[in-house]
Write a protein that binds this ligand. Structure first.
Ligand code: FAD
Length: 409
């Protein structure tokens, strides 16, 4: 590892690798430090849904942040899909990227009734078209009888996340970034030498001095950067994947191969993989992953899978895994500077596209581009004690709250 660099990036997921790629392409000396293997965090374990939109409803966003800022946020979410597509093409990443669209399905009649208003508002505010799919037409989209209708966004895409993150790493290295896996950052401290500020980055491989530091450590942020860690709410999410399905059954379950999720807070998300397995995920346990939560989640998710698709009652589940999502208290992505370090965080279930976009954007800011990033203009609340990383005793209570909310609304 070199003794000094222009930029040290902490974390080798979508955010860190997209930033390292963009920085290196602009000739900035960049060192990326990843504690485990590149892509080891949420970035290689997710559902591969490349989604438009933000997690919160548009009226909530507008009342919180004002129309102008929210229009920029929504535009960023649409740009992020284009950006992933452009990177995949430009870097020749073989990750089964496909503009298959996403489908939200309504678990209650009231949820479906709200879709029309929601789609109209999105068209009016952002000029973006969504299509409502009434219950009677849902068969052309999904082979399940349990939903009350759907809302379709043709702009979203799907990919294989592990292949995408590996491709991003290769692209960053090709552009000249130095990537170090198996390198845990243990502390970052500012220091002044000859009147100029630098950072002293202590790692398990030695010490590095950097002009700028970018924290892209997501839900796995450690006590090496306590100010950021206090902001992260780490929420477990789990996935099962079935055996390879016969082609006719796969087409019956998902005739257009959409990225699908339902309308609950405690939602299920699912899709066919390119080799025709059904990949079915959810926040089955809420706690970050451990051997126990993965085992328990496999059973809960299997039950959910059969509720949605009784056709899969006899189908074998061949894989199960879990990962941790980077939530924030206001359920928004955030970026900016904390203790003079750049950071990007809070992508939750939208990180494939959003973290790629954020990493690229932050690289631009570090290079001196004007900061037009709407997510750096909003207040970043801390996570309450009991929900924050390293001290998550209250997470099951939050889980119960959302289960009750799903039951009531
Ligand atoms: C099961 C699951 C399903 C999901 N499904 C989807 C989906 O379908 N679509 C979607 O858009 N999003 C999805 N997400 C969310 C998405 O995966 C994340 O938002 C995204 O990967 C975050 O990327 P990141 O680069 O910010 O963080 P990560 O990919 O988590 O990377 C952070 C990295 O930082 C490293 N690190 C942390 N601290 C240090 C340190 N001190 N020193 C060195 N390295 C450090 C970690 O080891 C880790 O590898 C899902 C997430 C999970 C867990």
């Amino acid at each position: 590892m070199p003794e000094s660099t222009d930029v040290a990036v902490v974390g080798g997921g979508f955010c860190g690798l997209a930033a390292a790629r963009a920085l290196a392409k602009r000739g900035v000396k960049t060192v990326l430090l990843e504690a485990e293997k590149l892509g080891w965090g949420a970035s290689c374990r997710n559902g591969g849904m490349v989604l438009t939109g933000l997690k919160l409803p548009v009226p909530t966003l507008i009342s919180r942040y004002g129309r102008e800022l929210v229009q920029k946020m929504y535009a960023a979410s649409l740009d992020s899909i284009e950006l992933v597509e452009q990177i995949v093409k430009e870097e020749g990443i073989d990750c089964s990227f496909s503009r298959c669209g996403h489908l939200e399905v309504a678990c209650k009649q009231a949820h479906f009734d709200a879709y029309a208003e929601s789609a109209a508002r999105i068209k009016e505010e952002f000029g973006h078209e969504l299509r409502i799919v009434p219950r009677g037409e849902l068969r052309s989209e999904i082979g399940s009888e349990i939903y009350f209708g759907g809302m379709l966004d043709e702009t979203s895409a799907g990919l294989n996340p592990a292949r995408y993150v590996a491709g991003l790493a290769k692209a960053a290295a090709r552009a000249g970034a130095c990537l170090y896996d198996g390198t845990l950052v243990t502390s970052v401290k500012p220091e002044r030498t000859n009147g100029s500020r630098k950072f002293r980055v202590e790692t398990s491989r030695g010490t590095l001095t950097a002009r700028e530091v970018l924290l892209a450590s997501g839900a796995y942020t450690t006590s090496a950067t306590p100010a950021l860690r206090k902001k992260v709410i780490p929420i477990g999410s789990y996935i099962i994947a079935t055996e390879v399905l016969p082609p006719d059954l796969a087409r019956e379950l998902s005739p257009r191969n959409r990225m699908i999720y339902d309308s609950k807070h405690f939602l299920y998300y699912y899709r066919l993989t390119p080799d025709d397995r059904m990949l079915f995920g959810g926040r089955a346990a809420f706690f970050p992953e451990s051997e126990n939560t993965v085992r328990e989640s496999a059973e809960l998710l299997r039950r959910g899978l059969v509720e949605v698709y009784p056709q899969l009652r006899e189908t074998k589940v061949e894989f199960v895994w879990g990962g941790t999502l980077d939530f924030t208290f206001d359920v928004m992505p955030h970026s900016g500077k904390l203790e003079a370090m750049h950071f990007g965080l809070g992508f939750a279930g939208h990180g494939v596209a959003a973290a790629t976009w954020m990493g690229t954007k932050l690289a631009g800011v570090i290079c001196g581009d004007a900061d037009d990033n709407p997510f750096s203009k909003i207040v970043f609340p801390g996570a309450p004690p009991g929900l924050r990383s390293g001290n998550t005793w209250a997470l099951p209570l939050a889980g119960m709250y959302y289960r009750v909310l799903d039951w009531l609304t």
